[in-house]
Design a protein around this ligand. Structure first.
Ligand SMILES: Cc1cc2nc3c(=O)[nH]c(=O)nc-3n(C[C@H](O)[C@H](O)[C@H](O)COP(=O)(O)OP(=O)(O)OC[C@H]3O[C@@H](n4cnc5c(N)ncnc54)[C@H](O)[C@@H]3O)c2cc1C
Length: 419
């Protein structure tokens, strides 16, 4: 069959790989799918803390190659740096980056899916490089691993987020505004680090202070879940309304509200910013995130879609929201290209997450209360940990194409059966 439409997917981590695989599954040979990313492997970010606490370099098991899966689908992968999107002329400008000195190239598209994630703005936090720690990629994860296992003196540990500046645009659907990009990781770390401290006889919850720029940590968990969660954090130190991080120094953190916190380790999550080259494009919000409706389509350039952290409506910035968006985009594009009329439901934003708590236990959270819904489930036990590890294995084995029953099955097991 002649491939009738050209789909270009920008980015190939969680959202990019998943949407590329679903697009092929739905559309088959009727579209030519090309994916561009600056690196040719996936960073499986959510499991970095587990590897660090087990004293494994996360790069050893959490970076995996995806090209064989794309090849099997008949999709093309280009390793290169995306530098500009010319939306009026439906072209992307990129530079192949296997070797330096390559000349800038152009690729045209009928449909574009932006899955470029965000820039994690550690470079805007004074003192981070010298005195900060974090878990958001394998390099930083390995730095924490070396510090914890070789240098940590049993001192205080601060864990929290800088202020997130959520993009705004009159063309966006209404969603609540978050002051932190994603506070699942700080909460997860608080639980699992206590287990590590106890196992290594270095302390307990009293060693840790959680901080948030907002009125309450993990506000997107919704009030009902927070009523269960916050009492569980009673033994930890807790700072709210910090407004943001002013600077990190050897012995602590200064916050933008004028207060300070002494700490040996400063584990921080920064502002999730849009990439610099995105900020002046004609289809983004005032911060550079791609404006879409709940079918992940831009209202002014209907051939442009966005999934994952790069999309303005993805708040909090979580892989599980991105996953739901990928399924939607694949179905919407399949309907259009194949002239199908299958019903597609719009995005129903929700937090769906599995967090590690150490000692082979985890927590499961499923809630849409922050968006006005009525689902609010928080459970703890061995099952959420098994599901978290199982999701990683399924993702790696199937090359990002977690089958349509994978997520609902996890949701079903999480909602109804926790051991
Ligand atoms: C410690 C931690 C734990 C987390 N745990 C969870 C969890 O348990 N559950 C959950 O749902 N979410 C979790 N998240 C959030 C999750 O990791 C992100 O939401 C997810 O990675 C977003 O996927 P993405 O594909 O949209 O963006 P990214 O993962 O950021 O991928 C973007 C891709 O685009 C490429 N790219 C960017 N710019 C360019 C360019 N100019 N040219 C070429 N390529 C480019 C990058 O190389 C990358 O491959 C966690 C985050 C952190 C930091």
């Amino acid at each position: 069959m002649k491939k009738s439409k050209k789909i270009v997917v920008l980015g190939c981590n969680f959202a990019g790989l998943t949407v590329s695989r679903f697009l092929h599954q739905e559309i088959g040979d009727a579209a030519e799918i090309t994916i561009i990313d600056r690196k040719n492997y996936i960073n499986f970010i959510p499991n970095i803390p587990i590897e660090v606490f087990n004293n494994h370099n996360p790069a050893d098991s959490l970076e995996f190659q995806f090209q064989k899966f794309l090849k099997r689908d008949g999709s093309e992968f280009i390793q290169g740096e995306v530098e500009h999107i010319d939306a009026d002329n439906k072209k992307v400008l990129f530079t192949p980056n296997e070797r330096t000195g390559a000349a800038q190239e152009t690729i045209s598209y009928d449909y574009l899916v932006v899955a470029l994630g965000c820039k994690l703005a550690y470079d805007k936090i004074e003192g981070f490089a010298e005195f900060g720690h974090t878990f958001s990629d394998t390099f930083y994860g390995n730095e924490v691993r070396k510090y914890l296992h070789n240098e940590y003196k049993g001192g205080h540990i601060a864990i929290g987020s800088d202020r997130f500046i959520q993009g705004q645009s009159p063309k966006l659907p209404k969603i609540p505004v978050a002051l932190a990009a994603c506070e699942g990781p700080p909460i997860e770390l608080a639980f699992s680090l206590v287990d590590w401290l106890k196992k290594h006889k270095k302390g307990n919850a009293k060693n840790i202070t959680l901080f948030t720029p907002g009125e309450v940590i993990a506000e997107d968990a919704g009030e009902t879940i927070l009523k269960q969660l916050l009492p569980m954090l009673a033994e930890y130190g807790y700072r709210k309304d910090t407004v943001g991080i002013k600077r990190i120094y050897k012995d602590g953190i200064d916050f933008k509200d004028g207060s300070s916190l002494e700490a040996e380790m400063k584990i921080v999550f920064p502002n999730w910013e849009a990439h610099d080259f995105m900020k002046d494009l004609p289809f983004v919000d005032d911060q550079g995130f791609v404006v879409t409706d709940f079918f992940m389509r831009n209202p002014d350039f209907p051939e442009i879609f966005a999934v994952g952290d790069a999309a303005s409506v993805t708040v909090p910035k979580s892989a599980s929201l991105g996953h739901m968006e990928c399924e939607i985009v694949a179905k919407v594009l399949a309907n259009e290209i194949l002239e199908r009329t299958e019903k597609v439901d719009p995005l129903h934003p929700a937090v769906l997450c599995f967090g590690d708590m150490g000692n082979h236990k985890g927590f499961y959270m499923h809630t849409d209360e922050w968006w006005g819904g009525e689902t609010c489930i928080l459970k703890m036990g061995y099952t959420p940990y098994i599901l978290k590890m199982g999701f990683k294995t399924m993702y790696q084995t199937l090359g990002g194409k977690v089958p349509s029953w994978g997520m609902p099955l996890s949701e079903f097991v999480g909602d109804h059966t926790i051991i």
